[in-house]
Each structure stands twice: as C-alpha cells, then as structure tokens.
Design a binder for this molecule. Structure first.
Ligand code: AMP
Ligand code: ZN
Length: 462
C-alpha cells in the first residue's frame, strides 16, 4: 500500500518513493543535551518513532540516524549568545562532558519509557569534529564560505536560492533585518559554520582557523552525509527548526555538493500548555518523570499525542492525561478480553479492520483515524483471539504495550459494569430512555452509580 505524507519542502502531501526499496534512510535532529528533555520535546520524538514504525509496518528496513548536540548550539538558534552546553556547565559546576553524559542518559531513559526505539545510528557532535572541519573546508574551497576575525561564515548570497523550506525572501528581509552583531558578516542571513574561540572558552579544537568550535548547523550536515550519504530519504524535526537550522542545513549541503540533503522533510508541531509555550521559566515545562510522579504510565502521554495529527498543535492538560489513562486501561482490558474470547470472527471482518488501519497510518500518519479503528475492534461485541492478534499487530505501530497487564487497583471498576455503562451510552444515543433507565438500575444493583458527563459518563462505587 502506498504511503503518503506531507513534505515541508514541496508543501504538498506526496507519495513516498524511497531512493532504495531495500532500506529507507532517515535523519532526525536530536536533543541538545544541556538540560532535561520536556514532554514537548518528547512529542517530536514520538513523531519520529511513529514514522519509523509506520515504515516498518509497510515492510521497509530502516537506517535512521539521530544526532546528539553536545557542542555548538548557542543560546539563540542563530549565532548569538553563549554555547548552551558551556552555559549549563558553568551553572552546574560540571564539565560539558559530564553535563552531556548526564542528560544523554536521561534522554534515553525517557525514550525507553515512551517505548521509542533507538535509531540505528546515534552520533554525537563532539565525536565528529574532524568531519565537520572537512565539511567547512569544502565550503571555503567551493567559495560558499568566508573567514572573518571571529568566525567562518556561510555566504547565503552565493546560493541560487535560500529559504526554500520556510519561504524567506532574502531581498524583502534585507532592508528590515536587524542590525547584526558581527559587522564583518556580508549578508544578514549569513550564519556561522565555525566559531573562533575566545581565550577562556572551554570547548575548543585545533582547526585551520585556530582554536575554535563548530556552529550548530554543521554537525547535522557532516553526520547526515557521513552515515546516510549526500541525499537520503527523510529528514525530520520539530517545526521550530524549519526557518534556521534546516534552512541552513540545506544551504550547507548545496554549497558542498549542490544537492538538497533529503527528499522528504517532515516537521512536528508543538505541544502547548495552557494554550501557550511550555517553558522552564514559566514553570510549566513538565518532564516524563512528572507524569510518573502523578501516577501516570508514560504511555498514557503517547496515547494522548494520537488525539491529533502531528501537524497540529495540541494542548497538554492533566484532565487529558486522566482521560487517556482510562483509555489506555480500557485498551489493555479490551486486548485481554479478546485473548480470552472464543467467538467466531470471519477473516473478512479482520481484513476490513486491517485495511482501514493501514490506510489511516499511511495517510500522513493519521493517528486519530487509526485509533478510531482500534476502538472499533475493542468495541466489537464478539471477543476473539483473532482480534487480540490484530490488536497486537496494530500495536507494532501504536507502541502502547497493549498486552501489558494493567494495574488492578481496588478501585477498578469491573468489566461487566463498564460494559453495562457502554450499552447505556449507546441506548441514550438512540434516545431509548427506557433501556437507559433499566441499565442504570442494573448498574446500581452491582453497587455502582452512573452520572452523565460531557465525555459520556462517570462511574463511582456507591
Ligand atoms: P530544545 O531543547 O528546546 O532546543 O528543543 C529540542 C527540540 O524539541 C526542538 O528543536 C523542537 O523541535 C522540539 N520541541 C521543543 N519544544 C517542543 C514542544 N513544546 N512540542 C514539540 N516539540 C518541541
Ligand atoms: Zn539538525
């Protein structure tokens, strides 16, 4: 079945045709390991994992590289401010290596909790200094870079076009562009490839331009090319990377080999909180461990992200976590009751579900639609091992550990009561008030009260 997804480069939904049918090559911009990764960052990582899993569901093998930025990402996404690693190391009185190791470890622990697969290649910037120097040298040799007293800059005016991902128009921007910090820069959009280190700078390497350190964008070009070649299939990242980091990666690659490094560019939208940005300074940047401390299975958060397309913003709320925790338990209960079921299900019915699910995931990773198929399977009155098997197959994409035994708390509501509540919900939808009342009484006889709510109903012990 064909796969379609939205390509930021062409601004259309396109059919995916890999360079090599045998193996899809993919690059994801990974974390800057100077602080904890938030659940916002994790939304982007879940998206990356979903892409991987959908490709695998379609039979592809993967060669996926993700970088770890442990040098070069300045406090602004441009060329201003201190290196984030250096700043963090000063604040925490640790070496940049200690900081990087500490946060890299935490990052991978979070990935594991969210059932996110580790890419085939994980590459850190500081382990590729020579590759980066070679890349910058090539840009200088090709006439795309120039050296000033502070840095080696990429000259964007040398490109036939700059800004193809974000649609920046250089001519329009020039007049209004802010005053640049470095007067030696030729064009406002020129960016630093390599930065000469001040005397007391702690992260620096010998290079043709003296003791210095890389700019942020060069690592992805150098490592992408090293592991995946000059042109690979898919490049992913958060939406904030489009206007600077990814534009600059494209510029570098065009300067080095005349090619755009990836054919398909996939960008994930942000996770909001209270309708705005999630940030440490606003004290609203939650971490995976905060979810756990409040008693949520981290996969509840993963399920929550499936309520929207990866291309739309979602607003994080604890109410949503509560609802998704219940939904996750229901999914796992549904799997279990099918595993224990012996009803007869026609193969044709299974194929119909499978086809709908497959179409949904192949249509720009439409998870809300895919989840509606999963719920249809769960709600099937018949319970069968075939349906349990189907759910397990779907779970290779969902990664919700649907077969994980759910925690049986004393307060857990028995399945039979939930089933009665579901039947009552259906009766109410059909305006069959008599049946609805009868079911309420039956629920009451089992020791529970049912209240109608916006989401449907709430059950509580009498
Ligand atoms: P940062 O550590 O803030 O530089 O974020 C690393 C990457 O995670 C960013 O470049 C984004 O692509 C992604 N990211 C950050 N915050 C969010 C968010 N709230 N929702 C989704 N992705 C995010
Ligand atoms: Zn990158």
């Amino acid at each position: 079945m064909d796969i379609y997804f939205y390509n930021t480069l062409t601004k259309t939904k396109e059919k995916f045709i890999p360079i090599n049918q045998e193996e899809v090559t993919m690059y994801s911009c990974g974390p800057t390991v100077y602080k904890d990764a938030t659940i916002g960052n994790m939304r982007t990582n879940i998206m990356n994992d979903l892409i991987r899993r959908v490709l695998k569901y379609n039979g592809y093998k993967l060669k996926h590289a993700m970088n770890i930025t442990d040098v070069g990402h300045l406090v602004s996404d441009g060329d201003e401010g201190e290196d984030k690693m250096v700043k963090s190391s000063k604040e925490m009185h640790k070496t940049p290596t200690e900081i990087a190791e500490y946060y890299t470890k935490l990052f991978f622990q979070d990935l594991e909790k969210l059932n996110i697969e580790t890419p085939e290649i994980v590459c850190k910037a500081t382990a590729h200094i020579q590759e980066m120097i070679n890349y910058v040298q090539k840009l200088v040799d090709n006439g795309y870079a120039y050296v000033t007293s502070t840095a080696v800059y990429f000259d964007v005016s040398k490109l036939d076009e700059y800004g193809i991902l974000s649609g920046i128009k250089l001519d329009e921007q020039k007049a209004g562009a802010r005053v640049d910090v470095d007067e030696e820069k030729r064009n406002p959009y020129d960016f630093a490839l390599w930065i000469k280190a001040p005397e007391n700078h702690i992260m620096k390497w010998e290079s043709p331009w003296g003791l210095s350190y890389p700019g942020w964008h060069i690592e992805c070009s150098a490592m992408g090319q090293k592991y995946l070649g000059e042109v690979f299939d898919i490049h992913t990242g958060g939406i904030d990377l489009i206007p600077t980091h990814h534009e600059n990666e494209i510029a570098q690659s065009k300067g080095a080999c005349g090619k755009i490094p990836a054919r398909y560019w996939i960008h994930g939208e942000f996770m909001l909180i209270n309708g705005g940005k999630m940030s440490k300074s606003l004290n609203n940047a939650y971490l995976v461990k905060d979810l756990e401390e409040k008693g949520y299975d981290p996969l509840t958060y993963r399920l929550f992200t499936y309520s929207s397309s990866y291309r739309t913003k979602i607003n994080f709320t604890w109410e949503a976590m509560e609802a998704n925790q219940k939904a996750l338990e229901k999914l796992r209960q549904g799997y279990k009751s099918n595993l224990e079921g012996n009803d007869n299900i026609e193969d044709e019915e299974i194929s119909k579900y499978e086809d709908k699910f497959h179409k949904a995931i192949n249509d720009d990773f439409n998870m809300p639609l895919a989840m509606s198929v999963v719920w249809d399977v769960i709600k099937n009155q018949k319970k069968s091992k075939k349906l349990a098997e189907l759910l397990l197959k779907f779970d290779t994409v969902l990664a919700l550990k649907i077969d994980k035994p759910f925690a049986q708390k004393e307060s857990d509501i028995p399945n039979e009561v939930i089933e009665l509540a579901e039947k009552r919900k259906a009766a109410r939808k059909e305006k069959n008030w008599q049946e609805s009342d009868r079911l309420r009484d039956e629920i009451a006889n089992k020791g529970y009260v049912i209240k109608d709510s916006k989401e449907g109903y709430e059950l509580a012990k009498k």
